[in-house]
Design a protein around this ligand. Sequence first.
Ligand SMILES: *Cc1c(COP(=O)(O)O)cnc(C)c1O
Length: 379
Amino acid sequence: MDRVRPSRPDLADLAPYTSKEMRAEVMLASNENPRNLPGELLDKLADRVRDIEFNRYPDPMSSHLRSLIAEANGLDASNVLVGNGGDELILDCILAWGGPGRTVLDLPPTFVMYGIDAHMTGTEVVRIPRDEEFRVDGEAVLARLAEGDIDIVFISNPNNPTGDISPETLLIDILNTTDALVVVDEAYFEFSRHTMRPHMDRHPNLVILRTFSKAFSLASMRAGYLLAHADVVAELTKVRQPYSVNRFTQLAASLVFRERVVFEATIHELLRNRDVLVTGLSAMPGVTCYHSEANFVLFRVPQASAVWRDLLHDHSILVRDFSRTPGLEDCLRVTVGTEEEVRRFLAALDEILASKRASDIMGVSATAARHEKKGAGDA
Ligand SMILES: *Cc1c(COP(=O)(O)O)cnc(C)c1O
């Protein structure tokens, strides 16, 4: 055959999430920890790599890591599922609770993978947009859930990319209103310190999602985990890829989790840097900066896409452009980097905005001059 038949028609309006790797001197687009693993952990990891049986399939359930996570959270290993990043676990939840004839409740603007995974599995998506301050419309959500047809709800908490936290009372109301799977995505838990863990015992439909990609400097390894009732974990185990978490990742994530106190200093440093970032952004004329409980900050700036481009091309600083996302017009998201990176970003943005203001004034006076000339000619 000289051709291939078309893929499923419902893929036609899906675009690949990321097609090319973007590089810059200052990487502030993906909410990663700006620092690599501490040297002592790298040394330990290097020591243990030789013992890996590369020829053998990995432990499908990441048992060692799983029990470390369970113990730290006061749970049984049967309440924990480790995945190839939080992303895989989001897909697993939709594979098990979504699919054709089933419905996901999405609260945009939020993490895009919920909608993408729903779409690609033929799951219907009901969207209840957040308000101007990015608050969840609690009344509308509870009313919709009360209709009884929602199978799964995703709540990013803190919400990526807006940074805000939903009130715990609302999350509890949601859990009390529906028997849908309620996935509270705590990818930024180590920064926000807010967790729904205390409510797990009373709510068998609560799933808590976490990741090693953000605070724990392991984005390259692809490791995430969820906490849920054992029945939920058992269902998810039916749809998951059996060997998705490789041996090297299991080793690295176990080491990092066991020694996670060493990350405290960096987390505190990043929270201080976030204050510097927010103060700097708030002081810039024309910039609106939103409150964040995570390691990133969303801000609104006129001509955001042009600003994004100037940051990259003239200053080699990569941030995330959300200006084409409904509800996030003129918004960029910047990850909290090292103090040096934050200062470099603020200085670059200041320069870009100053030069835009200058050219605007010139633009205005050029127009004024044209008008004057025209007027003079008319006279
Ligand atoms: C980063 C992130 C994840 C998961 O990332 P992984 O790298 O796949 O673990 C999940 N949810 C949100 C909201 C995130 O920002």
